[in-house]
Design a protein around this ligand. Structure first.
Ligand code: SF4
Length: 616
């Protein structure tokens, strides 16, 4: 255990000490003597971001249901805390026991965002654990990783010992139990890895080599260990009603990104937006029953004292009993002033009676995600949303008294022209007109239309995995032109830093060569790259240049349709031929119906869940 008295004094020097002390309500403490396996759930971003992540709460509590396993938490220390730790030779420790990470059997990182990769290296280094897997002997913890970015694990192939691919609820227990058994039997780490790689969903990078073509693209993958499969199949939870969900969540002392309990109502998405990685990675669409959700909601509310519950999913309004569920939850909790929020509503599919009911307890602004400003481009990305479907609910909202609207877009989408970019402004102006083109006495409140634009990042396993990203200058040209054209003070435009999105694109579709640049950039001081105040673009450029690696090769290069991708050895269930066909349809501006309207044979049902997509 680290010296906690010394730590207590030093914490007075940092901005938010509560990030580093643990002891929150519902934290789990166990007796070390009763434990066979110690697991550190590592979130490579700040405490506030990590504590808002549902997956962490699920896996933390799930692992702790096992008598012989103790799972604790560790987050990336912010810059001030890192300085304190380094200056005072205090290794990175887990919040529950305050034991240093080196004392753990397994450290499991969650990969939510490519821009957190340098934080993984930094956290290992702060724990005095060698960052490269080849430099860690058997006395060191096993380093594993999962989460959406693990679907292209190659940029971290030399850091992580084992990747867990897909939904982890079952896999994490299988792996932990195997590890505990191996530990009892006195197995070496390599013996464990050879057994682990035979579990579905496990990828051990050192059991493979990659051969490249002269042009730098992947030629082939060579399996180096006969126990390792050629193709790694993603894990899927078949029945959401039976899958584990915690009945309590840790309640932080400080404000986090989302201060509320979260109820996951469904997994997957039936929409098929072509830019969306989650929509493809988490197919098929699977709902929980209302009874299960009411029961889970009760337990969460009673154990946490939170005043807000968020119903989470990729598209909550698609939940087939959304009205029934929301009404029952409201009836149960509104007298206790507990609000219910539905962050991912499609306003074209839910009635305003529901939205009004939800907002009686806590009123907030309305958000829409048209993603593109013109119908042509919305068809290309398969948003399946007409202008009327955007404007009609906005008009109703204004009539009911709303006056603030937030709209989310992307710039740099495939086939985008300047006309599409200006379409964002046109849409905002149409919304403004809807607000003011009414009888004077009906206009209430101050109109504010906020337009937020993200820079499009092509992601693996999407129909746009073949496309070239816009260059940094192109992004800036588009965003700045749009910014100049918006002259109305009621309309506010902001956009995400193109440089960060460019680097995100490099690692999103990166191969093993990008791993060296990652290491170099971290050695030169890069960390918290997703935070614009910390992002060091020039250091990144320098790191790639010194290694002779072209970032454009990964970000702005259009791929041949025959190209072998670094992630092609992972089988997510959705067929590559389906993704390719969707790409072709996009280029022709054709839309594909959602899974509820018509199955488009993406492949997931026949190969992974026994023939049908349930409850679609
Ligand atoms: S198999 Fe059909 S219904 Fe199921 S996710 Fe794929 S396209 Fe949708």
């Amino acid at each position: 255990m680290i010296d906690t008295k010394k730590l207590d004094k030093l914490l007075l020097k940092v901005e938010k000490p509560a990030r580093y002390v643990g002891t929150e309500l519902n934290e789990i403490i166990k007796n070390k003597e009763d434990i066979d396996l110690r697991f550190a759930f590592a979130f490579p971003d700040t405490y506030e971001v990590g504590m808002s992540h549902l997956g962490m709460h699920i896996l933390y509590n799930l692992l702790n249901t096992q008598k012989n396993i103790w799972c604790e938490r560790v987050f990336a220390p912010w810059l001030d805390m890192e300085e304190v730790l380094r200056e005072n030779n205090i290794p990175l420790y887990a919040l529950e026991s305050k034991d240093e990470l080196k004392d753990f059997d397994i450290i499991g990182f969650t990969l939510q965002y490519e821009m957190s990769y340098t934080n993984i290296l930094n956290m290992l280094d702060l724990a005095n654990i060698p960052v490269r897997s080849k430099d860690r002997d058997d006395s060191m913890p096993l380093i594993i990783a999962g989460g959406p970015c693990a679907f292209n694990p190659e940029p971290l192939y030399n850091v992580i010992d084992l990747f867990a691919i897909g939904e982890s609820e079952e896999l994490i227990l299988e792996l932990s139990n195997l590890y505990a058994q191996c530990k009892k039997d006195g197995c070496k780490k390599d013996e464990f890895l050879e057994k682990a790689v035979q579990i579905e969903g496990v990828y051990v990078p050192k059991f493979y080599d990659v051969v490249y073509n002269e042009d730098g693209t992947v030629k082939e993958r060579v399996v180096l260990n006969s126990k390792a499969p050629e193709i790694v199949k993603r894990r899927i939870i078949k029945d959401m009603d039976k899958s584990y969900f915690p009945d309590k969540m840790i309640v932080p002392y400080i404000d986090t990104v989302h201060d509320r309990v979260v109820l996951e109502i469904l997994r997957g998405c039936l929409r098929g937006c072509r830019f969306c990685q989650a929509g493809m990675l988490y197919r098929p669409y699977r709902e929980k029953s209302v009874d299960t959700l009411l029961d889970q909601a009760d337990k969460l509310i009673e154990s946490s004292g939170h005043e807000e519950m968020s119903l989470s999913s990729l598209s909550s309004s698609d939940y087939s009993c959304i009205g029934d569920l929301a009404t029952q939850l409201l009836e149960k909790y509104e007298h206790r002033n507990i609000g219910i929020s539905l962050p991912s509503l499609r306003l074209d599919t839910v009635g305003f009676d529901l939205i009004e009911k939800l907002q009686e307890v806590k009123k907030s602004g309305l958000t829409f995600a048209p993603e593109a400003g013109t119908q042509r481009l919305r068809d290309v990305i398969n948003k399946n949303l007409t202008e009327e479907q955007i404007l009609k609910p906005v008009k109703t909202a204004f009539e009911l008294g709303w006056s603030t609207v937030k709209l989310y877009f992307m710039i740099g989408l495939p086939t985008e022209t300047m006309e599409d970019v200006m379409g964002i402004k046109d849409l905002a102006y149409k919304i403004k007109d809807l607000f003011f083109d009414r009888e004077r006495e009906k206009i209430k409140g101050n109109l504010k239309v906020t337009l937020s634009a993200a820079c499009f990042v092509p992601k693996p396993f999407t129909p746009f995995q073949w496309v070239a990203q816009n260059g940094i200058d192109e992004f800036y040209d588009k965003a700045k032109k749009l910014d100049r054209e918006i002259k109305d003070k009621k309309v506010v435009f902001n956009y995400h830093a193109p440089r960060i999105s460019y680097l995100e694109a490099v690692f999103a579709r990166g191969d093993r060569k990008t791993a060296d640049a990652l290491m170099k950039a971290w050695e030169k001081g890069c960390k918290f790259d997703g935070w614009s105040e910390c992002y060091k673009h020039n250091t990144w450029v320098e790191s790639f240049e010194e290694l002779g690696i072209s970032t454009d090769f990964y970000a702005t290069r259009e791929r041949e349709i025959t190209e072998v991708f670094p992630w092609d050895f992972i089988d997510i269930g959705v067929e590559k031929s389906f993704l390719l066909n969707e790409y072709k349809q996009a280029l022709e501006g054709n839309t594909t119906p959602n899974c509820r309207e018509k199955c488009s044979n993406c492949g997931i049902n026949k190969r992974n869940i026994g023939g049908v997509c349930k409850r679609v």
